[in-house]
Design a protein around this ligand. Sequence first.
Ligand SMILES: [Zn+2]
Ligand SMILES: [Zn+2]
Length: 204
Amino acid sequence: MDYVFLTHFHPDHSGDLFAFQMNLRLSDIFLEKGLEKLPTIFGPKGIESFTKRLSEVYELPAFYDWDKIKYKVYGKSEELSNLVAKAYKVEHKAFRPSHAYALRFEYDGKVFAFSGDSTKCEGLERAAKDADLFICDTSYDKDHGSPAHLNTYEIGEVAVKSNVKKVILTHIYPNLEKVDLASEVKEKYQGEIVVGEDLMEIEV
Ligand SMILES: [Zn+2]
Ligand SMILES: [Zn+2]
Protein backbone atom coordinates (compact mmCIF):
# COMPACT_ATOMS: atom_id res chain seq x y z
CA MET A 1 0.00 0.00 0.00
CA ASP A 2 1.35 3.40 -0.95
CA TYR A 3 -1.00 5.85 0.74
CA VAL A 4 -3.59 6.05 3.48
CA PHE A 5 -5.99 9.00 3.69
CA LEU A 6 -7.79 9.74 6.93
CA THR A 7 -10.73 12.15 6.67
CA HIS A 8 -10.91 12.83 10.42
CA PHE A 9 -10.14 11.24 13.76
CA HIS A 10 -13.56 9.89 14.80
CA PRO A 11 -13.24 6.18 15.59
CA ASP A 12 -15.64 4.98 12.88
CA HIS A 13 -13.11 6.50 10.41
CA SER A 14 -9.82 5.74 12.13
CA GLY A 15 -10.41 2.60 14.20
CA ASP A 16 -8.44 0.30 11.89
CA LEU A 17 -5.46 2.59 11.53
CA PHE A 18 -3.53 1.60 14.64
CA ALA A 19 -4.06 -2.13 14.04
CA PHE A 20 -2.86 -1.64 10.47
CA GLN A 21 0.24 0.21 11.66
CA MET A 22 0.89 -2.45 14.28
CA ASN A 23 0.91 -5.10 11.55
CA LEU A 24 3.41 -3.06 9.57
CA ARG A 25 5.57 -2.61 12.63
CA LEU A 26 5.58 -6.33 13.44
CA SER A 27 6.32 -7.25 9.82
CA ASP A 28 9.20 -4.82 9.86
CA ILE A 29 10.60 -6.49 12.97
CA PHE A 30 10.11 -10.09 11.94
CA LEU A 31 10.93 -10.01 8.24
CA GLU A 32 14.64 -10.54 7.73
CA LYS A 33 15.23 -7.36 5.76
CA GLY A 34 12.35 -5.43 7.22
CA LEU A 35 9.65 -3.90 5.07
CA GLU A 36 10.95 -2.26 1.93
CA LYS A 37 7.92 -0.10 1.33
CA LEU A 38 5.68 1.64 3.83
CA PRO A 39 2.70 3.85 3.16
CA THR A 40 2.51 7.57 3.67
CA ILE A 41 -0.41 8.43 5.93
CA PHE A 42 -2.25 11.65 5.09
CA GLY A 43 -4.56 13.26 7.59
CA PRO A 44 -5.64 16.41 9.42
CA LYS A 45 -3.28 18.40 11.62
CA GLY A 46 -2.16 16.16 14.46
CA ILE A 47 -2.09 12.94 12.41
CA GLU A 48 1.35 11.94 13.66
CA SER A 49 0.68 12.67 17.33
CA PHE A 50 -2.61 10.79 16.97
CA THR A 51 -0.63 7.57 16.42
CA LYS A 52 1.86 8.38 19.15
CA ARG A 53 -0.87 9.10 21.66
CA LEU A 54 -2.66 5.87 20.74
CA SER A 55 0.64 4.05 21.38
CA GLU A 56 0.37 5.27 24.94
CA VAL A 57 -3.29 4.33 25.30
CA TYR A 58 -2.67 0.84 23.92
CA GLU A 59 0.45 0.37 26.06
CA LEU A 60 2.46 -0.33 22.92
CA PRO A 61 5.00 2.45 22.54
CA ALA A 62 6.57 0.89 19.46
CA PHE A 63 5.89 3.96 17.35
CA TYR A 64 7.76 6.56 19.37
CA ASP A 65 11.12 5.95 17.75
CA TRP A 66 9.97 4.31 14.52
CA ASP A 67 10.18 6.75 11.68
CA LYS A 68 9.67 4.50 8.66
CA ILE A 69 6.04 5.50 8.25
CA LYS A 70 5.72 9.01 6.91
CA TYR A 71 2.90 11.30 7.90
CA LYS A 72 1.61 14.27 5.96
CA VAL A 73 -0.84 16.93 7.02
CA TYR A 74 -3.26 17.90 4.27
CA GLY A 75 -2.11 20.82 2.20
CA LYS A 76 -3.54 22.30 -0.97
CA SER A 77 -2.90 19.46 -3.38
CA GLU A 78 -0.68 16.38 -3.57
CA GLU A 79 0.68 14.97 -6.79
CA LEU A 80 1.29 11.27 -6.28
CA SER A 81 2.56 9.69 -9.51
CA ASN A 82 -0.47 9.89 -11.83
CA LEU A 83 -2.91 10.67 -9.04
CA VAL A 84 -3.76 14.12 -7.74
CA ALA A 85 -5.23 14.12 -4.23
CA LYS A 86 -6.94 17.17 -2.76
CA ALA A 87 -8.47 17.67 0.67
CA TYR A 88 -11.16 20.23 1.50
CA LYS A 89 -12.03 21.32 5.02
CA VAL A 90 -15.67 20.57 5.76
CA GLU A 91 -18.13 21.34 8.55
CA HIS A 92 -18.63 18.34 10.83
CA LYS A 93 -19.73 19.24 14.32
CA ALA A 94 -20.45 16.18 16.44
CA PHE A 95 -20.80 17.76 19.91
CA ARG A 96 -17.82 19.92 18.98
CA PRO A 97 -16.24 20.89 15.63
CA SER A 98 -13.80 18.31 14.28
CA HIS A 99 -10.88 18.64 11.89
CA ALA A 100 -12.73 16.95 9.05
CA TYR A 101 -11.95 16.83 5.33
CA ALA A 102 -13.66 15.71 2.15
CA LEU A 103 -11.30 14.14 -0.36
CA ARG A 104 -11.02 14.47 -4.10
CA PHE A 105 -8.88 12.25 -6.32
CA GLU A 106 -8.17 12.99 -9.96
CA TYR A 107 -6.78 10.19 -12.08
CA ASP A 108 -6.64 9.67 -15.83
CA GLY A 109 -9.31 12.29 -16.51
CA LYS A 110 -11.70 10.90 -13.91
CA VAL A 111 -12.69 12.41 -10.56
CA PHE A 112 -13.57 10.46 -7.45
CA ALA A 113 -14.81 12.36 -4.39
CA PHE A 114 -15.48 11.20 -0.85
CA SER A 115 -17.39 13.32 1.65
CA GLY A 116 -15.99 11.77 4.81
CA ASP A 117 -18.38 13.05 7.46
CA SER A 118 -19.76 16.41 6.44
CA THR A 119 -22.69 18.75 6.37
CA LYS A 120 -23.72 20.67 3.28
CA CYS A 121 -20.93 23.22 3.02
CA GLU A 122 -18.65 24.93 0.52
CA GLY A 123 -15.73 22.56 1.08
CA LEU A 124 -17.88 19.57 0.23
CA GLU A 125 -19.27 21.22 -2.89
CA ARG A 126 -15.78 22.04 -4.10
CA ALA A 127 -14.50 18.52 -3.41
CA ALA A 128 -17.37 17.01 -5.41
CA LYS A 129 -17.26 19.45 -8.35
CA ASP A 130 -17.87 17.55 -11.62
CA ALA A 131 -17.08 14.23 -9.91
CA ASP A 132 -17.65 11.04 -11.87
CA LEU A 133 -18.19 9.25 -8.59
CA PHE A 134 -19.21 10.85 -5.29
CA ILE A 135 -19.28 8.66 -2.20
CA CYS A 136 -21.40 10.45 0.35
CA ASP A 137 -22.25 10.45 4.06
CA THR A 138 -25.93 9.44 4.34
CA SER A 139 -26.62 9.65 8.05
CA TYR A 140 -30.15 11.08 7.97
CA ASP A 141 -33.36 10.77 6.02
CA LYS A 142 -35.03 13.83 4.53
CA ASP A 143 -36.94 14.61 7.74
CA HIS A 144 -33.90 14.87 9.99
CA GLY A 145 -30.68 16.83 10.03
CA SER A 146 -27.77 17.80 12.22
CA PRO A 147 -24.65 20.00 12.32
CA ALA A 148 -22.59 16.85 11.81
CA HIS A 149 -23.95 15.02 8.78
CA LEU A 150 -25.97 15.25 5.59
CA ASN A 151 -29.53 14.13 5.02
CA THR A 152 -30.84 12.76 1.75
CA TYR A 153 -32.23 16.06 0.46
CA GLU A 154 -28.93 17.81 1.17
CA ILE A 155 -27.05 15.07 -0.68
CA GLY A 156 -29.27 15.67 -3.70
CA GLU A 157 -28.70 19.41 -3.51
CA VAL A 158 -24.92 19.03 -3.31
CA ALA A 159 -24.94 16.53 -6.17
CA VAL A 160 -26.87 18.96 -8.39
CA LYS A 161 -24.82 22.02 -7.46
CA SER A 162 -21.54 20.17 -7.96
CA ASN A 163 -22.70 18.51 -11.20
CA VAL A 164 -21.92 15.01 -9.96
CA LYS A 165 -22.41 12.06 -12.34
CA LYS A 166 -22.98 9.24 -9.87
CA VAL A 167 -23.65 9.16 -6.12
CA ILE A 168 -22.92 6.25 -3.79
CA LEU A 169 -24.78 6.44 -0.48
CA THR A 170 -22.75 5.27 2.51
CA HIS A 171 -22.36 5.78 6.29
CA ILE A 172 -25.93 4.52 6.76
CA TYR A 173 -27.03 3.87 10.34
CA PRO A 174 -29.09 0.74 11.15
CA ASN A 175 -32.26 2.76 11.77
CA LEU A 176 -32.26 3.78 8.08
CA GLU A 177 -31.79 0.34 6.55
CA LYS A 178 -35.50 0.07 5.74
CA VAL A 179 -35.82 3.62 4.38
CA ASP A 180 -35.72 4.12 0.61
CA LEU A 181 -32.84 6.60 0.77
CA ALA A 182 -32.13 6.54 -2.96
CA SER A 183 -35.71 7.66 -3.76
CA GLU A 184 -35.38 10.55 -1.32
CA VAL A 185 -32.14 11.72 -2.96
CA LYS A 186 -33.83 11.30 -6.36
CA GLU A 187 -36.43 13.92 -5.44
CA LYS A 188 -33.59 16.47 -5.70
CA TYR A 189 -31.10 14.85 -8.07
CA GLN A 190 -31.74 12.94 -11.30
CA GLY A 191 -28.32 11.33 -11.77
CA GLU A 192 -27.40 7.75 -10.91
CA ILE A 193 -27.69 6.76 -7.24
CA VAL A 194 -26.38 3.55 -5.69
CA VAL A 195 -26.83 2.41 -2.09
CA GLY A 196 -23.35 1.34 -1.08
CA GLU A 197 -22.56 -2.05 0.42
CA ASP A 198 -19.42 -3.45 1.99
CA LEU A 199 -16.87 -4.75 -0.54
CA MET A 200 -18.80 -3.27 -3.46
CA GLU A 201 -16.64 -2.55 -6.51
CA ILE A 202 -17.52 0.25 -8.91
CA GLU A 203 -15.83 0.98 -12.20
CA VAL A 204 -15.42 4.64 -13.10
ZN1 LIG B 1 -17.28 11.87 12.27
ZN1 LIG C 1 -18.64 8.84 10.68
